[in-house]
Design a binder for this molecule. Sequence first.
Ligand SMILES: [Zn+2]
Length: 296
Amino acid sequence: MKKELKGFIIGVIATVILISSAAYSESVKQTIEVLFNSVNLEVNGKKVEADNILYNGTTYVPLRAVAEMLGKEVEWNQATRTASINDKKETITAKVVRVVDGDTIIVNFNGKDERVRLIGIDTPESVHPDVSRNLPEGKTAYEFTKSRLEGKEVVLEFDVQERDQYGRLLAYVYLNGVMFNKTLLEEGYARVATYPPNVKYVEEFTEIQKTAREKSKGFWKNNTFNGENVEDKTSDSATGTVKAEGKYVGSIDSNKYHYPTCRLAERILKENEIWFDTVEEAEELGYEPCGICNPK
Ligand SMILES: [Zn+2]
């Protein structure tokens, strides 16, 4: 459409498309008259190469064209018919040189090997320090991750924290555009584990886990995880809390207490666990809040 065109030109523009679904019953179809490209639009001094319309004193522009020029990403969720504008994800591309565990891999980028923990999830132990806990399901998760990721090029996306205290990268790992953390949950080879403050996808993960459980995928078939029955211990709450023997957990050989889903809590050997229902209970026994998960 040429800029020089003046006046009311386009007679009919359906601004909102009639959608039959009841959920979007507020959508209406109406015929309006608009001014086409009557406004010159620039973003940071660059011309917006997309048509705009002026209607009732408001200029309407294509969401994606403008958002992307502002350095944002636009995502479309067909199921909920939601367009969202988000900050660009911080990502890096790397090659997987070795799979350590179902949820831990070694990648190489910029000529350097880096250990990466897939976050938001937890796979059963396959290399537990206590050999008696090296159970078949841990090996299955390891074999699955190895078969899919080893030697492949992946994209790492980060959450709030890029690394943990051990220097490991904390990442959502994408293989061919599909997040592998989700794949593990879908297949029932991992369960949701929250690592505050890295909880970007916790709700989505919890939903995927719920479906995997319903379908008895992977280890949900027997409801065992690290040799323990998880039937009654897995809540479907948004926090994805997986152990429910108390609200907080500590180790008898440390003075810190954690949320059970904290990655440090995960390292506490079963026989050393001490559970608390309240902060007071923990602190009365001389325990202090963990600096990573900040139990409150
Ligand atoms: Zn903690």
